[in-house]
Design a protein around this ligand. Structure first.
Ligand SMILES: Nc1nc2c(ncn2[C@@H]2O[C@H](COP(=O)(O)OP(=O)(O)OP(=O)(O)O)[C@@H](O)[C@H]2O)c(=O)[nH]1
Ligand SMILES: [Mg+2]
Length: 174
């Protein structure tokens, strides 16, 4: 899970596993380290959901992504915290559906595109948008990120089944 601070990455992990494992908070900058959660599901082997620190929180932050995230996905990340081989590390870029096209999200997207083989884009907090706003926001998101964007909400549970399917697709061995 990669995304701006306070966008709802930790909440999404909790919603996906239907448990409070990750610490979420109304104050940005809650997650400071890579938190790795091993998930065992009915079929298939174990997989790891990784909650990464958000970006855009610290003032004067010069890089588009924090060092933990860069190391996790970067070439230097081979000894990183996840037992998964780097080639099997997929990213989910989590965007606040209310704010398409923020500069730091775009920078993160560009960085992922050039670094991570597989990634998907998720528009979260979709519950905060009324029907009309939502259509507009999703269209905007898909045009900015040049790809399908999955609308989800950690609060209502909308889109979580589809998110699991996306995760399955991204983590399936080639
Ligand atoms: N309405 C709504 N609120 C949400 C949703 N997801 C998260 N939130 C709220 O957004 C705030 C931030 O959530 P976190 O999950 O801590 O965000 P984060 O991305 O992990 O933040 P950092 O750890 O700082 O990077 C909390 O107050 C959550 O309750 C959602 O889908 N809908
Ligand atoms: Mg967090």
């Amino acid at each position: 899970m990669v995304g701006r601070s306070n966008v709802g990455k930790s909440s999404l992990i909790n919603a996906l596993v239907k448990q409070r494992v990750a610490r979420a908070s109304a104050a940005p900058g809650k997650t400071r380290l890579a938190n790795v959660y091993q998930v065992t599901r009915g079929t298939g082997g174990a997989m790891y959901l990784v909650d990464l620190p958000g970006y855009g929180f610290a003032k004067g932050e010069r890089r588009e992504l924090d060092e933990v995230t860069r190391q996790y996905f970067g070439r230097e990340g081979r000894e990183g915290p996840s037992p998964a081989a780097p080639a099997l590390r997929a990213a989910l870029l989590i965007i606040d559906a209310r704010h398409p096209g923020l500069e730091n999200d775009l920078e993160a997207w560009r960085w992922l595109r050039s670094t991570v083989e597989r990634f998907g884009i998720v528009g979260t907090k979709i519950d905060k948008l009324a029907r009309g706003e939502r259509i507009h926001a999703m269209r905007e998101l898909e045009s900015v990120f040049e790809d399908a964007v999955l609308p989800v909400s950690a609060v209502t549970g909308e889109g979580l089944d589809e998110l699991w399917k996306l995760i399955d697709r991204l983590t399936r061995p080639a």
